[in-house]
Design a protein around this ligand. Structure first.
Ligand SMILES: [Zn+2]
Length: 96
């Protein structure tokens, strides 16, 4: 929600700095960028860890069929991508 006319600056909910162009209960661009960076870092670490587990399990239980190897080759990066997206989105909502 943009600032109403006559209220050029509103406080950031995280750092409290008066910033123009933000709405009530929103973060300033610096705080938003810092939060985005933290969420991306967390998402990358969680996605790497969980994808490693999935890849290890897949390699241990991989059947000898050629198509199974292709599915594993496609499925492991897709797993990383999905976990990364989900964790980043949840982290953006949950991180303090
Ligand atoms: Zn701020």
């Amino acid at each position: 929600m943009p600032s109403p006319i006559g209220w050029p600056e509103l406080p950031c909910i995280e750092c409290g700095e008066q910033v123009a162009g933000i709405g009530f209960g929103e973060r300033c661009p610096a705080c938003f960028a810092r939060r985005t960076r933290r969420a991306a870092t967390l998402a990358r670490r969680v996605a790497l860890g969980l994808t490693s587990l999935v890849a290890g399990w897949t390699l241990l239980h991989l059947p000898a069929a050629t198509m199974a190897r292709w599915y594993a080759l496609i499925g492991i990066p897709v797993t990383y991508l999905l976990i990364h997206l989900i964790v980043r989105r949840v982290a953006m909502e949950v991180l303090p």
